[in-house]
Design a protein around this ligand. Structure first.
Ligand code: PEP
Ligand code: MG
Length: 755
C-alpha cells in the first residue's frame, strides 16, 4: 500500500470535494471509505462509530466488507482489534491481524481473507468517537507515513460523525431529550460550599467548520500569527498578577508560559498543518491527542501538565476562530456556575473575580492546580463529573454542593427548595462561626484549647485571621514542591517560608519538612516503583537517605526565621534514631549559618509526627529528643487498622472513635504528659466536632485542622465540660463495642453540645 501523491494532502483535497456535495452523512461516509481505500490502495476501509451509550462501536460504512454487515456488526469497547483501539485511543498496526490475541472474527463481515490491519482512533475533543480501519489481503507492514495519513483523515471524520444525521441513525429516538429533564450526578467534592445558579459552559463549543486547507502556506502563517498572539496573551496574564496572593500562582502561570513556548508542542502543531489541515483543525488534532493521553495518564502531576497544554490549545482555538471576542466573560450571569471539561488555572483566573458562584469539572482532582486556585477563590467546586458538558446547555439551572460532590442539573422546584434552605442555613452557620472568631477557645470548665489550622500554600495564611486560629499547626511544605517544575532553589524556599512567617505575624507556624512519597510525587524526582508506597520509601526515610534535600530545606527554614522562633517537625518518624539524626542535621545547618555571620532564629523547636504505631511504644526513648509531638492521625489510623486511607471501599470502615484508637491516643497523651512534652493532633479528625470532643476529653489541649473546621469545633468546645467528657470517655474505654461514636453522640445530646 502506498499513499499516492504527497502524504495525506491529496486525500484531504479529495475529501474536501466530497464534503462540499450536499448529501446525507451516510452517503458522504460511504464515499469517503471508497476514497480512502482507493487512495491508500487498501482492499478494505471501514468506519466504526461509537454509539451514544459510549461502550459499543457500530460498523457504519465500509468499502470491502460485506454490505449486509453495515449497521449490524458491533464490537464492545475493548473487544476485538477495533475495540482495543477504542479502549487505548492508540493506533494499531499489524501485518498478521488474525494472530493478535484480541482478534475477533465476525462472520458476517467476511474479513477472514484480510491479513494486514491498520486502525486509528477517531478522536473528538479527546474522546473516542469511532475507529477508522484499512485492511489488506497480503501480509504487510504499514509505514509511519500511512498511519499519520489515516490519523489526519480521522480528524476530519470526527466532525462528520458528530453531525446530527449520523447521531440520528445511531440513536433514532434522538438525544436531545437528555438536555431537558432533571439529572442528579455525583462527583468528587473539591471545594466546600453550596451554589445555586446558571450554567456557563466554559468551552462554548468552538465550532471548527473548515478542516482541509486550501492553501497550506497561508494556514501555516495563520497558525504562526495565532501562536505569537497566544504568547503575548499569556505574558500579559502573568503580569496582570491575579491578586490572589503569592508565589503559588506565579509558579502556575510561569509553567503555562513555558508551555506556550514548548518546542515539542509547537512542532506538532506545525506538522499537523503541513499534512494539509487548516490551522484550527491542526490545533484540534494535537489537542485531541493531548486529551486522549490525559484520559489514560494515571500520574496526577503529568495529568496536570496535560491540562495546562489543553488550556493553551483552547486559547489558540479561540484566537483562530475569532471566538475570543465572542466569548467575552464580562456578560456573565450574576450566579454563574462554570461547567468545564478541563480547565487550566490560567483560564479560571481569566474570569472576572467575584462573578462566579461555583465550578464543575469533568476531570481534575483535589490536588490539581485549578482546584488549588478555586479554593483560593473560595469557589464551591465539584470535580470528576463525567460527561457533564455534554448534558447541559448555557443558561440552564444547576445546583452544586462542594462538600458532598452532588450536582443537580435542571433541578425540580422541590430540590431547589431544599437547597435554598441549605444555603440559608450554611450562611447562617458561617455567620455564627464568624462571630465566635475572637472568642477564646475555652471550655465551660475553663480548659483552654489551642485551635490551629493546617496550611500548605501562601493563600492559606489569611485564613488564620478569618478563622480566629492560634497558629498554623501543620504547614505541609511539600505543596510548594509539588507545584513547581523543578526543585525549588534555596532562595525560592527561603523567600517562601519567610513570606509565610511574615504573613502569620505573631501566630506560630509549625513547618513540616518534605513529606514526599506515597501519593505525593515530585515529577522531577525519579520515583522508584513501590508495591506499597504508603509504607515505603517516603518522608523522613527518603530525606535521611538523600540528605542534601533535607539539608537545603532546613537551611532555608533557619535562614527564613532569622530573629524569630522556628518550629520544625519531621514526618513518619519510626525510630528515635531518625529523630536524633534529623536534630543533628538542624544543629549542623544552624552552625553553618552562624559561622557565616547570619542572624539565627531566637529558638528552634523540633518535633516528631506520630504517624507510625511502633513509635507509641518508644515514646519514653523518643520524647527526651523532641520539643513537641504532633499526631498525624490520618496516617496513624491507616497503619493501625491496616486500611489504606485513599481506598474508597475502606473509607469509614474503621472508626477513629473505636476504643482501640482512643486508647492509642490516650497512651500518647499519657507519655507526653509524663515527659512534659507539648502535644498536638493535626489529622483530619481534629476538624470534626465529635472527634475533637473525644480528643479534648482524653486530655488533648492543642489540635490543628482545615480552616473551615475551626468555627464548628470552637462552637462545640464552648459548650463542653471537658472534665465531665473526660470522665464519660474513661468510663467507656473498656466497652465491648466497635466504636464509642454512638455513646459520644448521646453524651453530646444530653449535654446540649452542638456538633
Ligand atoms: C496525617 O497523616 O495525619 C497528616 C496530618 O499528614 P498528611 O495528611 O499530610 O499525611
Ligand atoms: Mg501523614
Amino acid at each position: 500500500m502506498v499513499v499516492t501523491g504527497q502524504g495525506p494532502r491529496v486525500l484531504l483535497r479529495r475529501m474536501r470535494e466530497v464534503m462540499a456535495r450536499p448529501e446525507a452523512a451516510q452517503a458522504r461516509l460511504d464515499r469517503i471509505v471508497s476514497l480512502i481505500a482507493a487512495n491508500m490502495v487498501a482492499e478494505v476501509c471501514s468506519i466504526y462509530v461509537m454509539r451514544p451509550t459510549g461502550n459499543v462501536l457500530e460498523l457504519f460504512a465500509s468499502e470491502g466488507l460485506k454490505p449486509e454487515a453495515v449497521h449490524k456488526s458491533t464490537l464492545k469497547v475493548g473487544e476485538g482489534l477495533v475495540g482495543v483501539i477504542a479502549h487505548e485511543a492508540e493506533p494499531l498496526s499489524l501485518s498478521d491481524a488474525q494472530s493478535h490475541p484480541a482478534f475477533k472474527y465476525l462472520p458476517e463481515t467476511g474479513e477472514e481473507i484480510y491479513s494486514s490491519f491498520l486502525g486509528v482512533p477517531i478522536l473528538r475533543h479527546g474522546v473516542v468517537a469511532g475507529v477508522l480501519v484499512v485492511q489488506n489481503r497480503v501480509q504487510r507492514s504499514y509505514t509511519e507515513e500511512e498511519e499519520e495519513a489515516l490519523l489526519t483523515v480521522a480528524m476530519v471524520l470526527a466532525e462528520v460523525i458528530a453531525t446530527p444525521d449520523v447521531q440520528e441513525v445511531l440513536s433514532p429516538a434522538g438525544s436531545a431529550a437528555a438536555l431537558t429533564g432533571s439529572l442528579h450526578m455525583t462527583g468528587e467534592a473539591l471545594v466546600d460550599g453550596i451554589a445555586l445558579g446558571h450554567v456557563v459552559l466554559h468551552e462554548p463549543r468552538i465550532i471548527v467548520t473548515s478542516f482541509i486547507a486550501e492553501d497550506v502556506d497561508a494556514e501555516r502563517e495563520r497558525l504562526d500569527t495565532a501562536i505569537d498572539r497566544l504568547q503575548v496573551q499569556v505574558d500579559e496574564l502573568a503580569q496582570r498578577s491575579p491578586g490572589l496572593g503569592g508565589g503559588d500562582f506565579e509558579d502556575i502561570i510561569e509553567t503555562v508560559r513555558m508551555f506556550a513556548r514548548d518546542r515539542g508542542w509547537l512542532r506538532r502543531l506545525r506538522e499537523a498543518v503541513a499534512t494539509g489541515l487548516t490551522a484550527e483543525a491542526a490545533v484540534e488534532r494535537v489537542q485531541s491527542d493531548t486529551r486522549a493521553r490525559l484520559a489514560r495518564q494515571p500520574d496526577p502531576y503529568l495529568r496536570e501538565r496535560l491540562h495546562d497544554l489543553d488550556d493553551l490549545a483552547n486559547r489558540l482555538l479561540r484566537i483562530l476562530t475569532g471566538a475570543e471576542e465572542r466569548a467575552s466573560r464580562t456578560e456573565l450571569p450574576k450566579d454563574a456556575i462554570v461547567v468545564a471539561r478541563t480547565m487550566g488555572p490560567a483560564e479560571l483566573l481569566d474570569y472576572p473575580q467575584g462573578s462566579l458562584r461555583g465550578l464543575v469539572l469533568e476531570s481534575a482532582g483535589s490536588t490539581s492546580h485549578v482546584a488549588i486556585v478555586a479554593r483560593a477563590m473560595g469557589l464551591a467546586t465539584v470535580g470528576s463529573v463525567e460527561s457533564i458538558s455534554d448534558l447541559v446547555e448555557d443558561g440552564q439551572e444547576i445546583i452544586i454542593d462542594g462538600s458532598s460532590g452532588d450536582v443537580h442539573l435542571r433541578p425540580s422546584p422541590e430540590v431547589q427548595a431544599v437547597y435554598s434552605e441549605k444555603v440559608r442555613l450554611y450562611a447562617k452557620r458561617q455567620e455564627q462561626y464568624a462571630r465566635l472568631k475572637d472568642k477564646p477557645a475555652v471550655t465551660l470548665d475553663g480548659v483552654a484549647v489551642s485551635l490551629n489550622i493546617n496550611a500548605g500554600l501562601q493563600v492559606d495564611v489569611p485564613h488564620l485571621e478569618e478563622a480566629g486560629a492560634i497558629g498554623i499547626g501543620l504547614f505541609r511544605t511539600e505543596l510548594q514542591f509539588m507545584l513547581a517544575r523543578r526543585f525549588p532553589r534555596f532562595g525560592e524556599q527561603q523567600r517562601f517560608y519567610k513570606a509565610i512567617m511574615d504573613e502569620a505575624g505573631d501566630r506560630p507556624v509549625v513547618f513540616r519538612t518534605l513529606d514526599i512519597g506515597s501519593d505525593k510525587v515530585l515529577p522531577y524526582l525519579n520515583a522508584i516503583k513501590e508495591a506499597n508506597p504508603a509504607i515505603g520509601w517516603r518522608a523522613i526515610r527518603m530525606a535521611l537517605d538523600r540528605p542534601a534535600l533535607l539539608r537545603l530545606q532546613i537551611r532555608a527554614l533557619i535562614s527564613a526565621a532569622a530573629g524569630k522562633q522556628l518550629s520544625i517537625m519531621f514526618p513518619m518518624i519510626t525510630q528515635t534514631a531518625e529523630m536524633v539524626k534529623a536534630r543533628e542535621m538542624v544543629a549542623r545547618e544552624r552552625d553553618f549559618l552562624a559561622a557565616r555571620g547570619q542572624e539565627l532564629p531566637v529558638s528552634i523547636r523540633m518535633g516528631a509526627m506520630m504517624e507510625v504505631p511502633a513509635l507509641i511504644w518508644e515514646l519514653d526513648q523518643l520524647l527526651p529528643h523532641t520539643d513537641f509531638i504532633s499526631v498525624g492521625s490520618n496516617d496513624l489510623l491507616q497503619f493501625m487498622f491496616a486500611a489504606d486511607r485513599l481506598h474508597p471501599r475502606l473509607a469509614g470502615r474503621y472508626d477513629a472513635l473505636s476504643p482501640s484508637a482512643l486508647k492509642a491516643f490516650d497512651m500518647i497523651r499519657d507519655r507526653c504528659d509524663a515527659h512534659g512534652t507539648q502535644l498536638t493532633l493535626c489529622g483530619e479528625m481534629a476538624g470534626r466536632p465529635l472527634e475533637a470532643m473525644a480528643l479534648i476529653a482524653l486530655g488533648y489541649r492543642s489540635i490543628s485542622m482545615a480552616p473551615t473546621s475551626v468555627g464548628p469545633v470552637k462552637q462545640m468546645l464552648l459548650h463542653l465540660d471537658a472534665g465531665k467528657a473526660g470522665q464519660f470517655i474513661r468510663d467507656h474505654l473498656g466497652d465491648d463495642v466497635a466504636s464509642l461514636r454512638e455513646a459520644m453522640v448521646g453524651f453530646a445530646r444530653q449535654n446540649r453540645i452542638p456538633l
